[in-house]
Design a protein around this ligand. Structure first.
Ligand code: DGT
Ligand code: CA
Ligand code: CA
Ligand code: ZN
Length: 579
């Protein structure tokens, strides 16, 4: 079955190609809005079509897109797109992404110079052909060349932990500047997105020049892209861009709100302000009939209050439901790191971890947890020296002994990350799994199998009475490997029916379930377990990334298994107290 992302990508391509072929903006916007609506929709569009649901009930999808979605789902392709691709080379899409080019210029260069992709664009610029085009000139050609480079680099996004490293260093550096009154990072970083395109640093200062001079001295800077009156852009190590904006104290809230985004969220906010006779921008909120009247600006909360809604946690500013009062009631109780009482997925030196059971336990306890589950790999994962039954039983005996010696205020659960084999069987016997406190089941092999087969393997695991949870349920590795083809809606339904848990793996290269999938899981009433999958003591600190992802899905503590206290958890998992 075709995924929402696949459908959204087709509509995005339609929009781009229509724009290139000079179609009217109204139609183009319909495709773009539809693509976003589908990308963000929590239920499977294919599933909805299967069950005969009217897609036009989804905001952003009109009759035309509903019909096209249906064709796409039923046939796997869209005839209109195939036709368009013959008229307009799809590689022109890359060209129109170059800042300052856009659809019109891209099409002109294609028609007059035969420029059809980034390679031929670079060649045409370097040989001076672009400059000779009417309406282009030397300057345009120069800026295209420069922007191409930027566009190529900008396509590389940082994972959230990489961005964190940079943010910490930048924060420290900028705090050393005496002209900086206050600073914060806005943009996708503040929203906690799993990857970050660039960093948006906001600073309050009355002395723009000394702030910019200080910023320019940041040791990781490779190049200063531009320095203006209030904005400065630089490239740091590995070509990552940082935008600095210096704002006045009275505009701090407005700037923070504006540059935190998302764009889609801000479009809605602006619309709400307009309907109330106000104008909103990065400097403040103004009376639309008299723009000298400042209604708010220094404080983000005031801005939301003026448009008539509560302050929105940055993680939820994606226009994915945060304007719905039924969602807003959760704003104040979103899960936080301090709600987490345990961690139910980690490895030790017995397999591919770096620390012993006792070291992991001590480190988890030092982080304020009440319990952990040791879940080393099972034997199928031979590369990691996965445990066979004999070694696993020995490990559990060791855990019993450690628990026995301890003061009882911290408990280690006897767990296993049991592989779901390629043929659907579990990697360890029923008798063995029956003795575990916690079994989390994973797919590591056979990820290329067809959808039906992979889905059946996971459903089989969920139905196994010894299995408690499914780990990293879609198998994706951010920027490296796509999710395997799984009918997640079916997995969620089955987890609900059988009272099983789905993991939100907190490792920043996994974050699996992702935000949108987590929304689906909790909407279905499935509890999630936010686990680090730690392979070392240091990895236990990755929990915060799972929390951020959960907050993006609007998750509250009672939807998360490992917010339970140890005694609640034992009751819930029916673990006996005889240790
Ligand atoms: P990124 O950097 O690709 O991970 O994503 P963002 O969301 O950080 O995007 P960025 O850096 O281009 O812009 C930061 C925020 O500034 C964005 O979320 C919303 C706001 N913003 C930027 N440009 C525009 C614009 O043209 N219109 C509106 N309404 N907002 C904008
Ligand atoms: Ca950004
Ligand atoms: Ca930016
Ligand atoms: Zn693992």
């Amino acid at each position: 079955m075709i995924s929402n992302v696949d459908i959204a990508n087709v509509f995005e391509e339609m929009a781009d190609l229509l724009e290139l072929s000079g179609e009217n903006t109204f139609r183009i916007r319909a495709y773009r809005n539809g693509a976003k609506a589908i990308r963000d929709h929590s239920e499977s569009i294919a599933g909805l079509i299967d069950s005969g649901t009217d897609l036009t009930t989804i905001e952003g999808i009109g009759a035309t897109l509903a019909e096209k979605s249906e064709v796409l789902v039923k046939t796997g392709k869209l005839p209109q797109l195939d036709t368009l691709r013959l008229e307009v080379p799809p590689t022109l899409r890359d060209i129109m992404q170059v800042p300052g080019v856009g659809a019109k210029k891209a099409m002109k260069m294609f028609q007059e110079l035969g420029v059809s992709d980034l390679v031929s664009l670079r060649a045409a610029c370097e040989s001076g052909l672009v400059a000779s085009l009417k309406g282009f000139g030397q300057k345009t050609q120069q800026s295209i060349l420069q922007n191409m480079q930027i566009a190529e680099k900008a396509a590389q996004r940082l994972m959230i932990d990489q961005a964190d490293y940079l943010v910490e260093r930048l924060r420290k550096h900028m705090q050393e500047c005496t002209s900086v009154q206050q600073l914060d990072f806005a943009g996708s970083y503040r929203r906690g997105k799993e990857t970050i395109g660039d960093l948006d640093l906001l600073v309050i200062s009355r002395d723009v020049n000394s702030v910019m001079d200080h910023f320019a001295a940041f040791p990781l800077i490779q190049e200063i892209i531009q320095r203006g009156d209030t904005k400065m852009s630089v490239r740091v190590t590995d070509s990552f861009q940082v935008d600095l904006r210096v704002v006045a104290e009275e505009s701090w809230g407005a700037a923070l709100q504006y540059f935190t985004g998302s764009k889609e969220h801000n479009v809605r906010i602006r619309g709400m302000a307009k309907a109330k006779g106000m104008k909103i921008n990065e400097y403040g909120v103004f009376d639309a009939s008299d723009e000298t009247k400042v209604l708010a600006g220094s404080n983000e909360r005031d801005i939301y209050a003026l448009v008539g809604m509560p302050w929105v946690p940055p993680e939820m500013r994606e226009d994915r439901g945060e304007f719905d009062p039924a969602v807003q009631i959760r704003f104040d109780s979103l899960i936080q790191l301090s709600d987490i009482k345990g961690d139910l997925h980690m490895h030790t030196t017995a397999t591919d971890g770096e620390n012993s059971i006792e070291e992991m336990a001590a480190a988890a306890r030092a982080r304020g947890l009440e319990y952990i589950a040791i879940t080393d790999h099972s034997k199928r994962v031979s590369m990691a020296r996965g445990l066979d039954e004999k070694r696993l039983l020995a490990q559990w005996a060791e855990i019993d002994a450690i628990n026995h010696r301890s003061d009882g205020l911290f408990v280690i659960l006897k767990g296993i990350e049991c592989d779901i084999l390629e043929d659907g069987r579990m990697d360890l016997s029923e008798e063995c799994l029956a003795q575990a406190d916690w079994v989390t089941a994973s797919i590591h092999y056979g990820q290329k199998q067809p959808r039906e087969q992979i889905t059946q393997r996971i459903l089989g695991a969920i139905e196994n009475r010894h299995v408690d949870a499914i780990s990293h349920p879609t198998g994706r590795l951010i920027s490296r490997r796509d999710a395997y083809d799984v009918d997640l809606a079916a997995v969620i339904t089955s987890a609900k029916v059988h009272g099983k848990f789905l993991e939100l793996n907190a490792n920043p290269s996994r974050l699996d379930l992702n935000d949108v999938n987590t929304i689906s899981a909790i909407a279905a009433g499935v509890m999630i377990a936010i686990n680090t999958d730690a392979h070392s003591i240091a990895n236990l600190d990755l929990m915060k990334y799972g929390i951020t992802q959960a907050r993006r899905a609007g998750v509250v503590p009672n939807q998360v298994l490992n917010t339970l206290t140890l005694s609640e958890l034992k009751k819930r998992l029916a673990i006996s107290n005889n240790q």
